[in-house]
Design a protein. Structure first.
Length: 465
């Protein structure tokens, strides 16, 4: 009897909680204008980020999101194609995707909502091994998701004073990175590359080999063929088993691409809050910026540097700052963001801005890739800004010596290749020439070869033995 009364009491309490989220009536608006990507609506008063449904004659509503307003008009951006939408179409607020219907005997799950503002997206351990779109809808045809909680799509970053400093090494399994550009747990790095220089292959190696508890991959704005190829041929079944993949290909609406990057970060934040060490791979930050540019220009924001409106440069740090270490003794998000350099131009505004807000950058060289040198990491142009804090002084000195000799050889390569350099003229250059074949071999690695951090350090020391 007491148990039944307790369940009744719990059920009534859950019903009370559910009622708080129910609207007493549903307001409705009218579609008055469609201009490019923007739907203009009259008769509704909703906050930025609110979701709506635009009704169609066929009975298949189009979901859209409020991205701006002017006086009594709302500007909506669709999350899917808008074919079939008619003038004067009815527009209604979207039902809360995280709403929960109470059931007698089944108490409300704890932490159903991690925060109660903005769009909520599904997170949890049941997402491992799954492939999702930017709203958490499965793309792999494996049925319904097992959801532990709903998290805000756009969460606030940690207070910088609450973050644990970057102190520990993150083993990524790539010799050139482990030895020469050591990554710290909780570090945020950019992978700067043009097209066709082995970027996806390097990301796949890190996804498979990195000593992380969970891997979250965001494929934003890439070709659909590349998405499937990355998952099946580069990430593989073993890598996918501990990963969550969020895919928003190039043909999806710009808002869905924007949401895809934010959703991948929300998933990584959930696992970090569970005390896990997460590897977040975002390919690419440039496509994320382009999606924001499309949205901003569509609602009338004036263009600035190379056609990018100011809001683009505000969005980038908001996304990047969500990654990193959590509180002392908690989990971490080590993040790699790819940045596409147009024509390998490192002064592209997005590349320049990303370099300023990240904790380091790895540059992939087209010249090295064309010579068959993989991974095509340009050691001279790349840097890990936390490396001196996480490696031993003697290891850092070996790296400094390696880079110095490697750079001396590169600067004199033309003289050496035409036979203009006379051996014995410069003792340091003589040493650089003698060691260069071993250096080149050290920096190269096959796609299925894994090199631990300890192994990379030992081989680096062996080069100078």
């Amino acid at each position: 009897m007491a148990d039944t009364l307790q369940r009744c009491h719990q059920y009534l309490a859950d019903c009370g909680d559910a009622v708080r989220w129910v609207r007493p009536w549903k307001p409705r608006g009218k579609l008055v204008r469609v201009s490019g990507l923007v739907l203009e609506v009259a008769g509704l008063k909703l906050p930025l980020g609110a979701s709506c449904e635009v009704m169609t004659p066929g009975g298949h509503p189009v979901e859209a999101v409020v991205v701006g307003f002017n006086d009594d008009r709302l500007f909506l951006m669709p999350l899917s194609e808008v074919y079939g939408v008619e003038p004067g179409a009815e527009v209604v607020p979207h039902e809360d995707t995280a709403a929960w219907v109470p059931e007698f005997g089944n108490p409300r799950p704890p932490a159903r909502r991690l925060e109660d503002h903005g769009r909520q997206v599904p997170v949890g351990w049941g997402l491992l091994g799954r492939i999702l779109d930017g709203l958490g809808r499965p793309l792999d045809g494996r049925g319904k998701l097992q959801v532990d909680a709903y998290a805000p799509l756009f969460a606030r970053a940690y207070n910088p004073m609450d973050r644990e400093p970057v102190r520990d090494v993150m083993d990524v399994g790539v010799r050139a990175i482990n030895a020469m550009l050591t990554v710290g747990r909780g570090q945020r790095l950019g992978l700067f590359a043009g097209s066709g220089v082995g970027k996806s292959v390097l990301l796949g190696m890190m996804a498979r080999f990195t000593t992380a508890d969970v891997v979250v991959v965001g494929l934003i704005g890439e070709r659909g063929r590349e998405v499937k190829d990355f998952i099946e041929n580069i990430l593989g079944d073993e890598g996918l088993a501990r990963s969550v993949v969020v895919a928003a290909p190039a043909d999806t609406p710009p808002l869905l691409r924007l949401y895809g990057a934010a959703y991948a970060t929300s998933i990584a934040e959930y696992f970090r809050n569970q005390g896990k060490h997460v590897l977040l791979i975002m390919d690419s930050l440039t496509r994320y910026a382009m999606a924001q540019r499309e949205i901003a220009l569509a609602v009338g924001e004036p263009p600035a540097t190379k056609g990018y409106p100011p809001s683009v440069f505000a969005r980038l740090p908001q996304l990047v700052e969500r990654a990193g270490n959590g509180r002392e003794g908690g989990g971490s998000i080590t993040a790699f963001y790819t940045v596409l350099s147009e024509g390998d131009d490192q002064q592209d505004p997005i590349a320049d801005n990303a370099r300023a807000i990240l904790d380091g950058h790895f540059v992939l060289s087209r010249q090295l890739a064309e010579a068959g040198h993989y991974p095509a990491i340009d050691i001279e142009a790349s840097i890990s800004r936390v490396m001196h804090d996480i490696v031993a002084p003697e290891d850092f000195e070996l790296v400094r010596r390696f880079k110095y000799l490697y750079s001396r050889y590169q600067r004199s390569r033309d003289l050496i290749s035409v036979g203009a350099y006379v051996p014995g003229s410069d003792s340091l250059l003589d040493e650089a020439i003698r060691r260069h074949p071993a250096f080149e071999g050290f920096l190269q690695q096959r796609i299925h070869e894994q090199e631990s951090y300890a192994g990379a350090r030992a081989k680096l020391a062996g080069l100078f033995a």
